[in-house]
Design a protein around this ligand. Structure first.
Ligand code: HEC
Length: 255
């Protein structure tokens, strides 16, 4: 009865909950004759990739009878590709199968995916691994900045901001008093310099000569006074880019 209960428990959880697995490991010992699926590693981290990267993980049968793999399902980012679909494979006791996986990042926001295996392992009939990675930013910056709007446009607004901050984008922002600023070339100056924040209250997005007072600079930091840090994904802008934006505002935010 206990075995049935725990098995049902795991079935209902997707992705599998680590605590449940720990509980089974101590509470229920699989008879040595049952098949048992072990996966190594459970997290495949590709790190920063330019082009395509390859990795693999290993499915092993640590039990005492044939392990039969059922359906394999993939969720999350489509930038991960299982080079071999192990669905339906049979792994004999003590044997293992290597599954190659490749990753081709397409954007700077990072990727996360999951692959769930099912099998005739009676204790843990499904098991999930996590895939993650990000694109390597092959950007090189000038040795020194001139702190011009052109530089801010090319190194900050174009690569990191205009996918959202463009004239056609109408996000749902609670309590906003005006439209989202367009940061496209030709719009950015008029959208920012001397303009009030869309959150109301009158603070200026860019107050020439006053980087710390400027909402633009505050939004690029870890604790903006309103809304989220920009861009709203990843680990924030490189310090060199923060220095560029700050220097442009400090120098009077010229057009
Ligand atoms: C994924 C979409 C997205 C990206 C990319 C993005 N933003 Fe935003 N941005 C928003 C949204 C949504 C808001 C409104 C909510 C808020 O303030 O957090 C906003 C608000 C802002 C504001 C405040 C506007 C105001 O009137 O108060 C600034 C300044 C800003 N973003 C600058 C940037 C900069 C600079 C970048 C690039 C480094 C950037 N954003 C990238 C979605 C984005």
């Amino acid at each position: 009865m206990i075995v049935l209960f725990l098995t049902g428990c795991v079935d209902a959880v997707s992705p599998p909950d680590e605590t449940l697995f720990t509980m089974q490991d101590t509470a229920v010992t699989s008879p040595a004759t049952d098949p048992a699926l072990a996966i190594d590693p459970l997290v495949v981290d590709f790190g920063e990739v330019s082009g395509t990267a390859a990795a693999h993980f290993t499915l092993s049968n640590t039990g005492g009878s044939d392990l039969i793999l059922g359906d394999t399902t993939q969720d999350g980012s489509a930038n991960f590709t299982l080079e071999v679909d192990p669905s339906g494979s049979v792994i004999s006791p003590g044997a293992s199968a290597v599954v190659p996986v490749s990753y081709t990042p397409t954007g700077i926001s990072g990727d996360k995916g999951m692959v769930t295996f099912s099998s005739n392992d009676p204790i843990a009939p499904t098991a999930t691994i996590t895939l993650q990675g990000n694109i390597e930013e092959a950007v090189s910056y000038p040795e020194t900045w001139s702190y011009t709007l052109d530089e801010v446009q090319s190194y900050v607004f174009d690569p990191y901001c205009t996918t959202c901050h463009n004239p056609d984008w109408e996000p749902d922002v609670a309590d906003r008093v005006k439209t989202i600023p367009s940061l496209e070339a030709g719009d950015a100056y008029d959208s920012l310099v001397g303009q009030e924040t869309l959150h109301g209250g009158g603070a200026l997005l860019v107050e020439p000569g006053e980087p710390t007072q400027s909402v633009l600079m505050q939004k690029l930091g870890p604790t903006p006074p309103m809304g989220s840090t920009m861009p709203p994904f990843g680990n924030g802008l490189d310090v060199l880019l923060l220095d560029l934006v700050e220097g442009w505002i400090r120098d009077g935010a010229p057009p």
